[in-house]
Design a protein around this ligand. Structure first.
Ligand SMILES: N[C@@H](CCC(=O)N[C@@H](CS)C(=O)NCC(=O)O)C(=O)O
Length: 253
């Protein structure tokens, strides 16, 4: 099997695809793309959309972390990414959908909002990446690239405050899935690989890390993604984190 994976370093769904390939033991080549420059590159390679992860498998093009999960299971059934029990499979698919459709974008917006306030942590997110252009040159153009990513991801303050208000509920949902055995079971499944990288990216931000570490969601993240590049010191207005504080001090239901 000839597999090449196109990623943006620090991209959480890109990490999902990397981890699933590793879990399957499928050897692959990786191409690291820069945000913004990824668009013409993917287009030139005739990928139908702009997003990473993007994968070429024996010349076929595939995008979308959930589609990639299913294709990997089809090509290499062991170890499976989905449970064989139909009821549990439905629950895992729902958690995976939530990770892709509900969790991924808020975490992406929070990350770009924070980096737009302070671009200096960007170098840490490129740790281990291999670009065609020297990293120092890349980082010199970081400011306008981050500003553009901030805009096209709609990472403005209003959206991000809304995302932060929704985060405690999402973390509770993930904790519950961990306790029910839908997530963080003996062998990681497609939902674990979908959700854990989003949590792990969030945990690179000191504004968010303390609210996630130590709870079931945080334990899942650290187990499934022991290494995730990047570290950002606190940068968000402290009042924006009030929903996290409130949720932490509320008595358990
Ligand atoms: N939800 C999809 C899309 C992933 C996605 O939006 N990836 C971001 C990087 S984290 C991206 O490619 N952004 C660039 C763009 O939208 O042009 C998936 O899981 O594959």
């Amino acid at each position: 099997m000839d597999v090449r994976l196109y990623v943006i370093p620090g991209s959480h769904p890109s990490m999902t695809a990397r981890l699933m390939l590793e879990q399957k033991g499928i050897p692959y080549e990786r191409t690291d793309l820069l945000p913004l420059i990824h668009k013409p590159v993917l287009k030139a390679m005739r990928f139908p959309s702009n997003t990473v992860p993007a994968m070429k498998i024996d010349g076929r093009r595939l995008q979308g972390s959930r589609r990639i999960a299913r294709e990997l299971d089809r090509l290499r059934p062991q170890p499976p990414l989905f449970p064989s029990d139909p009821g549990l499979r439905l629950a895992v698919e729902e958690a995976e959908r939530f990770g892709d459709e509900d969790l991924q974008s808020p975490i992406r917006r929070i990350a770009w909002n924070a980096l737009n306030r302070d671009v200096s942590p960007l170098r840490s997110y490129a740790e281990g990446a291999r670009f065609r252009i020297p990293l120092d040159v890349v980082l010199k153009t970081a400011r306008p690239v981050v500003a553009a990513a901030f805009r096209y991801n709609r990472a403005g303050d209003e959206n991000v405050r809304h995302d932060l208000a929704a985060l405690p509920g999402m973390l509770k949902r993930i904790d519950d899935w961990c306790e029910e055995g839908v997530l963080n079971g003996e062998q990681p499944n497609a939902a674990d690989f979908q959700i854990a990288p989003s949590l792990r990216l969030a945990m690179t931000f000191d504004d968010l890390g303390p609210w996630i570490a130590g709870r079931p969601a945080g334990k899942l993240a650290l187990r499934v993604v022991p290494d995730f590049p990047g570290h950002s010191p606190p940068v968000l207005p402290p009042s924006w984190l009030e929903p996290m504080r409130e949720a932490a001090s509320a008595p358990a239901a």
